[in-house]
Design a binder for this molecule. Structure first.
Ligand code: NAP
Length: 491
């Protein structure tokens, strides 16, 4: 199988800036760079190309095609022809000027089409028109409105009989960038490490190389991902891809921006997806799509893990075991959840899961939630007591579990727990793990409580997912480090 090329698109306002980014991209492992002459003031083609450290694609997109070049067609042609004379490996041009570039050098001429607002109805017709220009490579860059739009690009790539690049811009199009090679695409574009993206949705080079391992993705690579909306903040791709890499598995894990889980799962499982993580807001809705659901997940009414097994969709909930394990590991010797007075704050997806897990483990449970009726309903289901959120200060639990999203980045100054409740010896668990130390955990530590961050839970639930998907022991420490690194990088 031919390896897909990784091309760093360079956005720089002048020649010197572009050269600096190109030098760095070469060190960072790019296969080639795209030099966007149209975004530079007075681009010096000779300075850019002579002594270049990497193969280049030279682009000078006019304003009418979505670029920044305001000069005449003749001036644009002159820049591209000069690049060809200097041995540029690729030049990218709009269809009308492709035939005018013949005979100026050995560059592969890329005929490109862009749609910054959506996708044309007849994508194959657009492809045929680009092929008819006689270009060596055809590039189609459209905008994905929904994740399902990627399917049309994949089908185009599979059928193309000339080298083709078919990408969707935007968050929903990330899949097309990462899986370009899997469907036979010629190359994929990335942003430089720490630099500006040339198009919406371009990941950084290091993520393409190290996290998604795009060079290693082939037709047999097993696909996994997290179904969520929003999904951009998810740490699951970093965690699971690090685990796949550690044990040398031919698999990749993707963030999947999904609006409707039924249509997504039905159309994407046939592509080679073997499993999914499921999170907000799809944990309940996904149940209706599944063939089998384990009894615990059925009782909770929420699934966070899907395994595709012999064509059947099987649902699990790994949050319960993941959270309880992280709590039990921290309890002082001789102390167990059995008989413990536990206060659960939150009755959302996670709150529900923990309410079942804690009562099954024998804890005496009180549930508080912003919407009191929700707390009452859950309490009735598991045989617990419900209290309004503003009555927390009256309670004296042994264990406090915070499962609301309060305190999560960017609202790091918030806490749902009154400081007066915090006393030495109280065990405080916070499901929020971004930031690692929430305001609640900081205050709890100051007050002499034993604190448990949501990180352990996150890694445990992910490790269990990994084991369900692969049947292999999860490399927990590698997963933990991958999450920690992302959190530190973001802080
Ligand atoms: P969810 O189903 O959307 O539930 C959200 C919960 O937060 C509800 O109880 C909601 O109360 C409450 N809430 C939201 N805003 C609030 C506010 N301003 N004041 C008081 N309560 C508020 O979400 P979820 O799946 O249960 O997740 C909840 C949190 O747990 C998230 O931060 C998530 O990242 C975290 N989590 C962590 C892990 C982990 O591995 N550590 C795993 C799963 C979830 P109402 O019912 O009144 O709306």
């Amino acid at each position: 199988m031919r390896r897909v090329l990784i091309c760093v698109s360079i956005v720089a306002s002048d020649t010197a800036g572009a050269i600096a980014i190109m030098q760095q991209a070469a060190k960072d492992g790019a296969d080639l760079v795209e030099l966007r002459l149209d975004l530079m003031s007075k681009p010096d083609v000779d300075a850019l190309l002579v002594g270049r450290p990497l193969p280049v694609m030279v682009t000078c997109r006019p304003v009418h095609a979505g670029g920044g070049y305001k000069g005449s067609k003749e001036e644009r042609l002159a820049l591209l022809r000069r690049a060809m004379e200097l041995g540029a490996e690729y030049v990218d041009a709009e269809p009308d000027i492709v035939p005018l570039l013949r005979g100026y050098g050995s560059a592969q001429v890329v005929a490109s089409y862009h749609d910054f607002n959506g996708m044309p109805e007849d994508l194959p017709a657009v492809h045929r028109a680009l092929v008819a220009t006689g270009a060596d490579v055809v590039k189609i860059a459209v905008s994905a409105r929904r994740i399902e739009d990627n399917l049309r690009l994949f089908s185009l790539l599979r059928q193309a009989d000339v080298p083709t690049i078919a990408l969707a811009m935007g968050e929903a199009g990330l899949l097309s960038r990462v899986l370009q090679g899997r469907f036979g695409g010629h190359l994929t574009f990335t942003a430089p490490n720490g630099g500006q993206a040339a198009a919406p949705g371009q990941p950084e080079l290091r993520d393409m190389l190290e996290m998604y391992r795009v060079h290693d993705i082939g037709p047999d690579t097993a696909l996994y991902g997290v179904i969520a909306n929003p999904v951009g903040h998810s740490l699951s791709p970093a965690m699971h891809n690090a685990a796949f890499r550690e044990i040398g598995l031919d698999a990749v894990y993707l963030p999947l921006l999904v609006e409707e889980p039924r249509s997504f799962i039905q159309s994407f499982v046939p592509l080679g997806f073997r499993g999914f993580s499921v999170t907000i807001p799809h944990k309940q809705a996904v149940l209706a799509v599944l063939d089998e659901v384990e009894p615990l997940a059925q009782r909770i009414g929420a699934v966070n893990t899907v395994v595709v097994r012999d064509g059947r969709l099987c649902g699990y909930n790994t949050d319960v075991a993941g959270a309880l394990r992280s709590i039990e590991e921290t309890l002082p010797a001789g102390v167990s959840l059995d008989g413990m007075n536990a206060l659960l704050i939150g009755a959302g997806g996670l709150g529900r899961a923990l309410a079942f897990g804690l009562t099954d483990a024998g804890a005496r449970l009180t549930i508080a939630n912003r919407s009191f009726e929700r707390a009452q309903q859950l309490a009735a289901e598991v045989g617990a007591e419900a209290v309004p959120l503003d009555r927390l200060a009256d309670l004296k639990p042994d264990l406090l579990l915070q499962t609301t999203s309060v305190g999560m980045s960017p609202n790091v100054g918030e806490s749902v727990v009154p400081y007066e409740m915090l006393r030495p010896g109280l065990i405080v668990y916070d499901a929020v793990y971004n930031p690692l130390q929430t305001r609640l955990l900081r205050e709890a530590e100051q007050a002499g409580c034993l604190t448990i961050s949501g990180l352990g839970h996150f890694v445990n639930q992910g490790a269990r997912q990994f084991e369900l998907w692969t049947g292999r022991p999860a490399p927990r420490e590698v997963m933990r480090q991958a999450v920690l690194q992302r959190l530190i990088h973001r802080a």
